[in-house]
Design a protein. Sequence first.
Length: 140
Amino acid sequence: MARRIEQEYSAVRLTADEWLSELRPNLPSRERDDFRPAVERIQLRLVGRLLGLGCNVVLDWGLWAKVERDEYRMLARSLDANVVLCLTDSPLEELGIRLAQRNASRRHDEFHISDEDLERALSFWQSPTQDELDLFDPMI
């Protein structure tokens, strides 16, 4: 979805996973995650600059927790940017099927995500409420 939006809206897509794959291609995903905070800080500085220049930006991060979504929404609002939340909400069985397909055909810059990685990530997930969704702009 992020790649499609990037193309359709002439946006700059920032995905920490791709940067981590370039920086640490031989590390397992859990070890790469040690570097994620630094990559995300750098990308966030870049987001601020790009939004300040009037560019469209796709922040292709998980944003699993409400506090994260609030933080980045408020940052973008402080830069007078519209903020759209694209949510894909699929049943666990569907996620497992998509994950297996992704792992089987992943590109060189994508790393393997195990079922355990998915379970760990889902333990952080906080579904947005309708009140939270109402804080975001519609896709134009």
